[in-house]
Design a binder for this molecule. Structure first.
Ligand code: SF4
Ligand code: SF4
Length: 288
């Protein structure tokens, strides 16, 4: 079983639209939406949730006023000014370091684990999908990314699937690192813009550092042919390979509005043909 992770150095490159199109083309796979901070694959794939689970991570101090002697030690020790004059913990300011819990002489501070979001196993018209929703302003999205990838792997093993198709988070931060570790290959979706090239360089440096084979596709290539040429030159001199380019196409937006992938919405368009061509090259590389 192989895992292909689709990433982009920045948001707005069309990563999820290409992921959706691949989901239409791939056989015997499990889908994994690891873009947990801003999941949007569900908008075009419309999952029907079969099971729902809490995502728990981190802890927050909670003072029990019946046990508290108001000695003030916790307030003096808290480096985050999270404890008020009347010994209430501000859950937003509390970083969960546990210092107050450890030093409270009355053992008056509880330290429950937080529920930060939910993850799901769903049926979709394109196959099983594992996805998640992180709570508002919650952190630890890297941990949730690892969790959904592990669950997708377990699901793929259980169902005898050949492939896990993972929609990774944008950027180059902790969630992206959590999404590419141990992947068989990544496909970086980029676009011909100054910020697109800048972020492509950063994401390729990351894949090289973690020794993950990287492929590149240039979306909306015809918006700036000069920058498309620059991307091709850059990738040619890197450890990665450019597999193809996809034209700018308002059909992608129309497909999204209809909750369809571009392959379902307009299978014979130039865009769909380009994506099929890239998918064939991805398969040749991932499965050989
Ligand atoms: S250290 Fe414990 S007993 Fe002292 S004020 Fe804080 S919670 Fe109350
Ligand atoms: S757990 Fe740490 S951050 Fe939270 S209130 Fe206690 S000392 Fe402050």
């Amino acid at each position: 079983m192989k895992e292909l992770v689709i990433i982009s150095g920045k948001g707005g490159t069309g990563k999820t639209s290409i992921m959706g199109a691949f989901a239409t083309l791939a056989k015997n796979k499990v889908l994994c939406d690891a873009d947990v901070d801003a999941a949007d694959l569900h908008l075009i794939i419309e999952p029907s949730i079969q099971s729902r689970h809490d995502f728990k991570s981190g802890r927050t101090a909670l003072i029990d006023e019946n046990r508290c002697s108001q000695c003030g030690q916790c307030r003096d020790l808290c480096q985050f000014q999270a404890i008020s004059l009347d010994f209430q913990v501000d859950p937003v300011a509390c970083e969960g370091c546990g210092v107050c819990v450890h030093f409270c002489p009355e053992n008056a501070i509880d330290f429950p684990i937080n529920t930060c979001g939910e993850w799901y196993i769903s049926d979709t018209r394109l196959g099983l999908m594992v996805h998640a929703r992180l709570g508002v302003a919650e952190e630890n999205s890297g941990k949730l990314v690892s969790l959904v990838r592990n669950e997708a792997k377990g699901m793929a093993e259980k169902t005898g699937s050949d492939l896990i198709l993972t929609d990774g988070p944008p950027g180059v931060g902790c969630p992206v690192i959590a999404s590419i570790g141990n992947a068989d290959a990544v496909l970086v979706v980029t676009e011909p813009s100054v910020s697109g090239i800048h972020d492509l360089k950063r994401i390729l440096a990351l894949t090289e550092h973690f020794r993950v084979p990287a492929m590149v596709c240039i979306n909306k290539y015809d918006l700036n042919q000069k920058l498309t040429d620059d991307i091709n030159t850059y990738v040619r001199n890197s450890h990665a390979t450019t597999l193809g380019k996809i034209p700018f196409d308002t059909g992608i937006t129309h497909a999204m509005v209809q909750a369809q992938t571009i392959l379902e919405y307009d299978p014979f368009s130039e865009t769909s043909q380009a994506i099929q061509d890239i998918w064939q090259k991805v398969k040749d590389r991932v499965f050989t």
